[in-house]
Design a binder for this molecule. Sequence first.
Ligand code: PMP
Length: 424
Amino acid sequence: MSVKRTEVLTGPALWSAQAHFPSVLGRQLVIDRGEGSYVFTSDGRRLFDGTAGLWYANIGHGRAELAEAAYEQMRRLETYHIFGRFLNDRAVELGERLVGLSPIADAKVILNSGGSDAIDVACKLARRHWQLEGRASKTMILSREFAYHGLHAYGTSIAGLEINRVGYGTDSLVPETARVSTDDIEKVESTVHEIGAENIAALVAEPIQGTGGVITPAPGYLEGLQRICRENDILLVADEVITGFGRTGHMFATQRYHLEPDLIVFAKGVTSGYAPLGGVLVSPRLWQPFYRNSPDTPSFRHGTTYAGHATSSAVALRNLDILETDKLLPRVEELEQLLAHELAGLESREGVDATRVAGLLGGVTLAGQISAEAVTDELIEHGFIARPLRGNTVQFSPPFIATDDEIRAMVAALDSVIADHERR
Ligand code: PMP
């Protein structure tokens, strides 16, 4: 009997993260250098980084000031861990700086290495909080349909993007999670009532859903979430991994939308991607019970080797300086207007279903017959990086240092690629 062999495709030795292997093998671009809003491939192409990498390169690529900050710190002390009785200067300084910027008054900050790490911290903290409050039945973590909260065990389990959950034990990897509607506040309310507020620890939400397709909040939705959380004693966790540090023209989207979360999760923009760093801003309501000077107070037993990494912290501090000195937040507000104006110009196209902009985050949903995957591939040929997301959406999230002309040229390139498809 002959056995039919499945063809096995392999690429380079590097098993690259998050790639859907068969769909990208042989088409991957090797990026070799970056300068400002541009990156260069190893075969010499110059591409405008219309997504700022994975929504992180906010101050642009290749900035010498950040390289210097890392160099100076490494020469002095690469890092020292912050376990037990140890701290390091840069982590302490970054903590002060972040708490100064935090929309949560009297916050404390927990540092680690990225967004997925920080999501784990936030969910564990939320559950522990209710135990300390003597309400141990409050264990469920709610999240929105189409949500992306990273790919550690918690992030996988609370993903609203089904594709990130399947294959891992959808409801058993981390049990006690549930999804709520992404735009209909009445449905959210009924889900909360079905589960019972006495069983719910927290609701985790991206103010603007990124990977789910640049979903800007429906009118009244975020206010509704805030009200439901308050009325039902549910902790609100704002996942600001994408929106934090200026992406919406405010330091945090929480400020733009007048939210009062109990926890804010951040990563990416805190260093503009120059070093791995993430963390959680923690409100007094949450941190106070852990600081009670009593032998009975259970501690929050959590920490990672690189929490408070000194070089990452030095890089973050210099990045935060640049956001201020280069006045990049007001610049994002200007660019938001321009991007919204330019994308609105595409709406008359047959090939375009809808466009959405909030801050320097843009999504263009294409009509069914035109694929976002094909369009973004063709945009590369025009010299622009954009990304296909769920819902046949093209994502734009350029660096804050982009010029008006570059934004216009990026949208013009999309316009011409779509026009080309409409003619086919
Ligand atoms: N939350 C959100 C909203 C994100 O967009 C991401 C990353 N794209 C994460 C969490 C996970 O962050 P990381 O990849 O740094 O672990």
